[in-house]
Ligand binder design. Structure first.
Ligand code: GDG
Length: 740
């Protein structure tokens, strides 16, 4: 295993292990004439989750459907993946043909999929579908129980595994479980059609965190809970208490790897592909529109074609200016998809016959899976993308098209019934049921002034760039890690008992110790941006009139003295290895003996990791910090494994700890923050009552040092402190109380 969740998260400290559960496997093994081949499952989400697993290690549980899967797993059905850089465990579960048919093609795709997309005429209930759905969820449950401990965080995906959360909860009550529901959740008037509505909802209420794409689906789900159970619902906080268990329900809109699409779209390779496409398809029209969909009735290809038909009929003069390219991949090659395919193809050929000329084909139909560069080439060359879903969880094509518009010109036509419409406000929204309005919007997109096109796409690109798939992942994992920490919490929220504490503090000889980054200043992207606000500086000055105050930090002593610059304050830098007692500097002698080794350590890190984008290796003389806040998630796996390998050689000399997106390197026996606090207490008033406020792992030494003697306060769910406050902004409120 390569790391832990701490590498990814900012919020609560967590050394928990992550288990992902999906229907589809991230790697599949296939027999070929040259032996067994490992193939990575295509798709943006699988790739992004794979990057995360490579960074944090853990286990991924999925259905093994490859014909050589059984040949690569061990006796526990586990294989380390990927083959060339084993980073995490893939545990496969086996389904026989009957199970697969009824659970997957049956209940998942003929009941839940159409039901949740309000395609009720396509819903088929069969007893055997339901029986096998329950059975397969149990098979998954056994597999997950097998690979997790009660401290793990389990993250389940999608509608295939509705019952899994409560099955796991029964087996392992203390487990922390999150679930992401990728498709819509319909309102109760639709969901009530399902004879198993209550069981499905009860299954999902086994989760600690249940995530939907947009707030509407959260609301719909909560309404369904109200109708089917006697659960207690807190509408304001969106929590549901059922059978003594609390489920937090929340919207987290999924996204894409913006940087990946943006950089592929800017590449020379894509430019070449575009030229080739124009030549081989003989495209000469002024505008190109594109649609990219799985061949899927919920994407409403027929309504889209009807709108195009009407556009070609109504706007005769613009007709030949537009070529529409439909890219379709068939993923479910059976009914009703086969009939749907036929209807789509028939409609395309009718439109082409009706309007086509010798030198112009209105609609090009490409029914094969494209590789990512070809796909991006189509996105980039298009003046217009059309998405017409009758209902859609999100629709990633919309975001991929936006990220590929490196020339800042394409227009996005988007169904208002797709989850993406909530965020992508720069798109032209259509109602797919209103064919006339749809056709007019196609016209509008073509005649739109260039500056409007530019400002719309610019806004869209910013939105997708700032909210990419890695942000989505870390937001969800931070939320679930917080829930996990809070579930096992022993310390108390400071503001619940502050009034009682204040009189105690004021009656005692209080000595105030404060950490800097994350305590007096918010966590920022690089350490040089952590500037003390004017209000906080004034507050600190005021505090020194009432109490002795010391700032204890990982920064170097000279740096912290300069940053704060208040003479009345005492300082300890380099995690306590350097102290300023108001008159002179005292340096832990261990620092001197390790200087040479530290230099060599840092040089090796720079040589092997210095090229990683966003890394900052900070040499602070006595100690060093490796900041990776700005390193892309994709690079984290390499960063952590390289760091761990090199640091092994220095374990006997240095204490290496993991903080908020930072590794701290300190001489093994040099003073730590706890030593510095005790030294200062001894030096100034050994009878005083210490209060220590800090947010990071290195502050835990100080929490321990004053345990039983004073009060420790963690910023952000730090369990090792006596009390916690929720976020950095609350520190100010606490300090103000000390003066008032
Ligand atoms: C569900 C929800 C939600 C398509 N053809 C090719 C190709 N694709 C890729 C696209 C895109 C993906 O397929 C389709 O994205 P959707 O968002 O439409 O996804 P669904 O499959 O319906 O999945 C949906 C999603 O989950 C995520 O939560 O957005 O609402 O229904 O990524 O690029 N990719 C390549 N070649 C093709 O020919 N490489």
């Amino acid at each position: 295993m390569t790391g832990n969740l701490k590498a990814l998260l900012d919020g609560p400290f967590t050394d928990k292990e992550l288990t992902i559960v999906t229907n589809r496997q991230p790697y599949v093994y296939k027999k070929t004439h040259s032996g067994i081949k490992e193939e990575r499952t295509a798709g943006g989400l699988a790739t992004a989750l794979d990057d995360v697993m490579k960074a944090v290690g853990g286990t991924w549980v999925a259905w093994g459907s490859g014909n050589a899967d059984r040949a690569v797993v061990d006796e526990d059905n586990i294989v380390l993946v990927p083959h060339d850089n084993p980073s995490y465990r893939l545990k496969l579960v086996w389904l026989n043909d009957v199970e697969a048919e009824n659970y997957y093609h049956g209940f998942s795709n003929q009941v839940l999929w159409p039901l949740c997309h309000i395609a009720l005429e396509r819903v088929y209930f069969r007893k055997r579908f339901w029986e096998h759905y329950k059975r397969v969820n149990r098979i998954f449950s056994e597999a997950v129980v097998n690979v997790t401990s009660k401290d793990s965080i389990v993250w389940i995906h999608d509608y295939h595994l509705c019952l899994l959360p409560s099955l796991l909860r029964e087996e392992m009550p203390e487990l922390t479980i999150a679930h992401f529901w990728h498709i819509p959740w319909p309102d109760w008037s639709v969901f009530r059609v399902c004879p198993h509505a209550k069981e499905l909802i009860e299954g999902l209420l086994g989760n600690d965190l249940l995530c939907f794409q947009i707030p509407l689906f959260v609301k719909n789900f909560i309404d369904c809970v109200r109708e089917t159970t006697n659960a207690e619902i807190d509408y304001h906080h969106q929590t549901i208490t059922y059978k003594n268990h609390i489920t937090q329900v929340k919207a987290f809109p999924i996204s894409i790897d913006y940087e990946k699409f943006n950089s592929i779209a800017s590449s020379r390779k894509v430019q070449k592909i575009i030229n080739k496409i124009r030549d081989s398809y003989d495209i000469n029209s002024k505008y190109i529109a594109v649609g990219v969909d799985r061949l899927e009735y919920t994407k409403a290809l027929i309504k889209r074609l009807q709108a195009l038909d009407l556009f070609f009929e109504k706007y005769r003069r613009l007709r030949k200016d537009l070529t529409y390219i439909q890219i379709s991949t068939a993923t479910r090659l059976r009914e009703p998809y086969l009939s749907y395919k036929k209807t789509v193809e028939k409609l395309i050929s009718e439109i082409n016959n009706r309007y086509g000329t010798d030198d112009w084909t209105p609609i090009l139909y490409i029914d094969k899976k494209l590789d990512i560069s070809e796909l991006v080439a189509f996105y980039r060359m298009a003046d217009l993308a059309i998405i017409s879903s009758i209902y859609d969880g999100m629709n990633l094509v919309a975001k991929e098209f936006v990220a590929s518009q490196v020339d800042n010109r394409g227009v996005l036509i988007l169904s208002e019934l797709a989850g993406a419409a909530d965020e992508l406000t720069g798109a032209l929204l259509i109602n797919p049921y209103d064919i006339e309005g749809f056709a007019e919007t196609i016209h509008r997109s073509l005649v739109m002034p260039d500056d409007e096109k530019q400002s719309r796409i610019h806004q869209l690109r910013q939105q997708v760039r700032d909210n990419d798939v890695y942000r989505w992942i870390t937001d969800i994992l931070s939320e679930v890690a917080t829930i996990s920490t809070m579930k096992n919490k022993e310390c108390v929220y400071l503001f619940n008992i502050l009034d009682e504490l204040i009189s105690d503090i004021k009656s005692k000889n209080t000595f105030l110790f404060l950490d800097y980054d994350g305590t007096l200043t918010p966590i920022v992207s690089t350490p040089d941006r952590a500037i003390l606000s004017r209000e906080m500086r004034e507050l600190l000055k005021e505090l020194t009139k009432h109490y002795p105050v010391a700032i204890i930090t990982g920064r170097s002593l000279s740096n912290i003295k300069e940053l704060v610059g208040i003479e009345e304050i005492l300082y300890a830098g380099n995690h306590g290895a350097e102290i300023w007692d108001g008159e002179k500097e005292i340096i832990s002698h261990e620092v001197e003996s390790c200087r040479h080794a530290l230099k060599e350590f840092i040089e090796r890190l720079e040589k092997e990791m210095g090229d990683i984008r966003g890394i900052q290796i900070e040499d602070k003389g006595a100690t060093a910090s490796i900041h990776y806040r700005n390193v892309p998630v994709k690079e984290l796996g390499r960063l952590i494994s390289t760091f761990k390998r090199i640091s092994k050689d220095y374990e006997t000399l240095f204490r290496i700890t993991h903080g908020k997106k930072v590794f701290e390197i300190r001489p093994l026996n040099s003073w730590h923050k706890g030593d510095a606090v005790l030294w200062l207490l001894e030096r100034f008033d050994h009878n005083s009552y210490p209060i220590y406020v800090g947010d990071d792992t290195t502050d835990e030494d100080a929490f321990m040092a004053i345990a039983g003697r004073g009060i420790s306060i963690g910023v952000g769910y730090n369990c090792k402190a006596d009390y916690y406050i929720k976020e950095q902004s609350e520190v100010k409120a606490f300090l103000e109380k000390l003066i008032k």
